[in-house]
Design a protein around this ligand. Sequence first.
Ligand code: OOG
Length: 260
Amino acid sequence: MPMTNHPELARVLDRARLEAQPIPPLTRSQPDLTLKDAYAVQAEGIRLRLARGERVIGLKMGLTSEAKRKQMNLDSPVYGVLTEPMQVPAGGVFRLQGFIHPKIEPEVAFRTSRELRGRISREEALEACASVFAAMEILDSRYLDFKYFSLPDVVADNSSSSMFVLGTLERPPRELALAQLGMSMEVNGATVQSALSSAISGDPLLSVVQLCELLAETGEALPAGSIVLAGAATAAHMLQPGDEVRLTVEGLGSVSVSVT
Ligand code: OOG
């Protein structure tokens, strides 16, 4: 059986993203693609971006909530990589042009102040996270139908990561009851999604614990100074031109983005 060509699959996905031209899920032509292959494809895709001058600033967890796993019909958490150009400033503009079928999700994010590696406790994660923020992630899948992909497909596609926005209020995580924060996302003044932060991995800090475990499978650590998006608390909301999206998280203020 031919070996999976990770760089070639990464190039196909990278082209789809740059040209905003969706492609069929990779597993249609590569039914044996494993999760390990998929992370190797993801890493090759990030290498292509780094070669163009992008810089890694963090990682995202995905499928950490029941609502998201149900929406996507996929059953275990995954991660993706965040680079500098993916960040939209708080209150900034997100232009739909150049994207395929973007959706937005309410999240919280952490910033680490020391390296984390392998199996860690919640307390170690708490110790290493200097700040927590309200955050929204804009997902975009490079596949033709956002709905019909498998776990290796989504992982190869950088776990649908696309853009993200962080709130301007950052607080030490110890000051908050992290698993009991009310979260409410409004579009044009109407609430479209709301949840408690416990919807994220039972406790968003456990997303950091889980991320470290996933990274350890390939011998990697979570570097100091990383932004970690903990994963969506609810199902994602499809974006339309003219949308004004605002997320309010109890104790963490509001963050907004305008869609054009
Ligand atoms: C997969 C990524 C999901 C989250 O926060 O649950 C995700 C997808 O829905 O395309 O990022």
